[in-house]
Structures are given as C-alpha cells and as structure tokens.
Design a protein around this ligand. Sequence first.
Ligand code: HMG
Ligand code: MG
Length: 298
Amino acid sequence: GLPARVRIHEVGARDGLQNEKATVPTAVKAEFVRRLAGTGLTTIEATSFVHPKWVPQLADAEELYPAVSDLPVELPVLVPNERGLDRALALGARRVAVFASATESFAKANLNRTVDEALAMFEPVVARAKEQDVHVRGYLSMCFGDPWEGAVPVPQVVRVCRALLDMGCDELSLGDTIGVATPGHVTALIAALTEAGVPVPALGVHFHDTYGQALSNTLAALQQGVATVDASAGGLGGCPYAKSATGNLATEDLVWMLRGLGIDTGVDLGRLVATSVWMAAHLGRPSPSRTVRALSHQ
Ligand code: HMG
Ligand code: MG
C-alpha cells in the first residue's frame, strides 16, 4: 500500500541552483530558502561544501548557511570529504550528505575518484559525523543509467548502497541523475535492495525529469513503501558533471499528485507555486513544472 505521509526532501536551492549558468546572489538564495520554509517544507537542502572551483554556483556556502540557519527546518548540506565536513560543522550543520556513484565514469567526473576511492573518502566523514550525532544521508548517483556507460546493472547499485549503509549512513537517496529510469526498473531495484537486507524506511528516491518519467517512477517507489521523496521547487536542477541531466521532479507536481492520493505532506501548494514563480523571475525564465504553469499566470 501507499504511505500515509511522505517527507519531501527539497533540493531546489542545492541541486537546482548548482546548475544555473548565472550565479544567483546569496541574498536571493537565502530568500528562496526562507520562502520554501514558509510553505511547510521541513527538509530543505541548503547548499554544498564542495570545492568552489568544481561548483562555483555554491561557492558562497559560508555566507548562505548562516543566513538561513535560524529557520525551524532541517537544512542538510552536501559534503564530499573531511574538508567539506569541517566547513559544515564549523557553521553548526546537523545534517550532511555524502554523494557516491554507482558507476566509475561518474565517480571520476564528479569526485575525481574511482567508486571505491570515493567510498574510502566518505568513510571518515560518516564516522566523524556520527560521533557528533549528525544525521548522514548517502546519495547514490547513476542508479539506473549513466551517460557514458548506459544501463546500470542492479547488483552494481546494490553493492554501493550496502557499502553506504554499512559505513553508517542513516538514509540513502537513489539518484536517477540523468532521468532515464522507468517504473519497472525502479520496482526491480527496490525489490533487489529489499532482498539484500536494505530496510525500505531508509530509502529515498531522487528523480530527474529528463524523459518525463519522474512522477511515474515516484509512484512506483511509493507503492513499495518508500516515504521520502526528493524534489525541487519549480523543477529547477541538473548536475554540472552529468551531461544530459535536466531538472529534478518538480515539488509542485509531486505535491499535486500526493494531494490527489490523500497523502499528507504539510506543504501549502499555493505558497510553493508563488515561491517558484518568484524564483523564475529572478532566473529570467519560466518554471518547467506543469503544475506551476497550471496554477500561475507566468
Ligand atoms: P580533487 O581535485 O580531487 O580535490 O576534488 P583534492 O582532494 O585533491 O584537493 C585539492 C584541493 O581542493 C585542496 O587544496 C583541498 O584543500 C581543496 P590545496 O591543498 O590544493 O590548496 N578542497 C576543498 N576546498 C573546499 N571544500 C572542499 C574541498 N575539498 C578539497 N570540500 C572533490 C575532489 C571531491 C573536492 C571535488 O571533486 C568536488 O568538490 N566535487 C563536487 C562535485 C559536486 O558537487 N557535484 C554536484 C553534486 S552531486 C549531484 O548533483 C548528484 C545528486 O543530486 C544526486 C543525483 O542526481 O544523482 C546528489
Ligand atoms: Mg540530482
């Protein structure tokens, strides 16, 4: 059956803005996060403590995080290594995320490491975070298809998921980085993870909408009991190190579907649409979300 409640992990300010060609001013980002918190979203990924040359759009993490850290919501941040963790902890972050890859090509492109070298890089990050009772999410990219390697074998994904959980991650987020997944593949992966002893409550899903499948894929995951769904307000997003990645599942589209299914999210859809319209004006182009378009005059 479907879960009674879904926790939305909002990634617009991180996954969305990391992929913008123009760098958004810090004050606008902070206002975006504040408006998102005002919609009832409870988990809002704020930024990344990565190398500023790798993701210049988020190079202002030291300025942004303190500008939003008073908000009464969870504000997870990405940290690839101990340097990133140090930066996040210095600002009082209580939720961090490491980000692994199921494929060698993307591990190299995104982290300058092999899959196993990246896991070794995360190990002390997770251990030190857990020592301080900091919640750790483990992202896994390229769970379905990879732009260089094509379809990704399920056992390859299961292996890295197990490694992330075994090193102490509290939850996983299964990334369809380039948006090529379809519902049958989602069902097969979650079934294989369950068979490998991965508890479904530890799973989240992270779909990009390149082929228009993100909502269908989400429903397939919900039907298997997944209750954490990543989405980005207005459908912002992509990944600078994965060619052909487009925006994430739009949070508005997700909320519209969940509302119709009677699943509680605590999100005020009208306020969320207004936030995305406001952000779209700053970015100078309309939101690609169908729900934003239907419910606004942008
Ligand atoms: P590297 O070049 O191998 O770094 O990059 P290094 O470890 O060799 O260090 C080189 C220099 O960088 C050193 O400085 C470090 O101190 C510095 P030096 O001693 O030479 O002066 N450095 C840092 N500075 C600031 N903050 C740091 C940091 N780390 C090292 N954290 C590295 C390796 C991991 C750093 C780099 O590859 C990187 O930053 N990658 C991040 C890429 C990224 O953010 N991608 C987007 C997020 S993932 C995503 O979007 C997918 C997701 O949405 C899920 C999905 O859709 O699939 C999550
Ligand atoms: Mg992503």
